[in-house]
Design a protein around this ligand. Structure first.
Ligand SMILES: Cc1cc2nc3c(=O)[nH]c(=O)nc-3n(C[C@H](O)[C@H](O)[C@H](O)COP(=O)(O)O)c2cc1C
Length: 263
């Protein structure tokens, strides 16, 4: 019997297959996936991800758009339990540090990293900023463009990562996006564990699997709060005080509560 390969690479490379403008069938299928992509922070520890699912998910990442089509991403699939546990330990310790430093950020429980069935470390080589518009002459102007170039790089990696998250969601998995971005300490800790060269930075960890308990949908801003027509509508503009208040009173609720339980 003929079997369909999980990923048809030849087709993927050769064809652009657009539906009729306005044909809802693919939109509806995509929205089904987008609406039901949810974060959980603890997965079924006994589940083993079939090999072809990694291929299918990473194939989605590979097709992400990127600045200058640099495709500045690398993905490390981690299967060794010991490595997962060590990374979980790192994040748990980092939370303690943040609490001590009084960051007041609501603390997710990072122990769930240790038993996440799907575990992918998302990396980039930050030298890819050189592929974007910069001067590289050490001037102030160069510094401003470099800042922008770094944003281009991060947006590119996020675009591919999001494709991977959606592919995982389309296969029925719940997901978890953990950011390790920035701090050199994180890089120093994580690089040796995975044999990552010094030039490469760990940006995120992408976890997926069946959830350990029923997931819930988180609150979303209504469309009128985020959508503008021709000019920026300041009706929903937040003052510094509004924002501080939101962070103080709402952030923890929208992060950890079911949308139906939030007014
Ligand atoms: C860029 C980015 C960084 C995130 N970083 C973390 C993180 O470090 N730790 C964490 O527990 N969740 C992290 N999340 C997950 C968010 O908390 C989650 O997406 C958000 O609460 C909305 O919930 P939902 O994914 O179920 O829609 C991150 C998500 C994104 C997109």
């Amino acid at each position: 019997m003929e079997t369909t390969p999980a990923v048809d690479l030849a087709k993927a490379e050769a064809e652009v297959d657009l539906p009729e403008i306005g044909d809802r069938s693919r939109y509806n299928a995509l929205m089904e996936v987008i609406r039901n992509r949810v974060t959980v922070r603890k997965f079924d520890p006994d589940y083993v991800v079939p090999e072809e699912h990694y291929d299918m998910i990473m194939e989605a990442a590979r097709h992400g758009p990127s600045g200058a089509n640099a495709q500045p991403w690398q993905f490390i699939v981690v299967k060794e339990a010991d490595k997962k546990a060590k990374m979980a330990d790192y994040f748990v310790a980092e939370q303690r540090f943040r609490a001590k430093a009084k960051m007041k950020f609501p603390t997710p429980d990072y122990r769930g990293l240790a038993t996440a069935p799907g575990f992918v470390v998302v990396c980039s080589d930050m030298r890819w900023v050189n592929a974007f518009p910069i001067l590289n002459d050490g001037s102030d102007l160069d510094a401003r463009y470099k800042e922008n170039a770094e944003r281009i790089l991060l947006q590119s990696v996020a675009a591919a990562t999001m494709s991977a998250h959606l592919a995982a969601a389309s296969l029925g998995y719940t997901v978890w996006w953990v950011t390790a971005i920035g701090q050199e300490e994180a890089q120093k800790e994580l690089r040796p564990l995975l044999g990552i060269p010094e030039e490469i930075s760990v940006l995120d960890i992408f976890l997926f699997g069946p959830p350990a308990s029923a997931p819930y949908k988180r609150w979303r801003r209504p469309i009128e709060e985020i959508l503008h027509q021709d000019t920026y509508n300041t009706d929903h503009f937040m003052s510094d005080e509004d924002m501080a208040e939101w962070i103080k009173t709402r952030r923890h609720r929208v992060m950890f509560k079911d949308a139906s339980k939030i007014d």
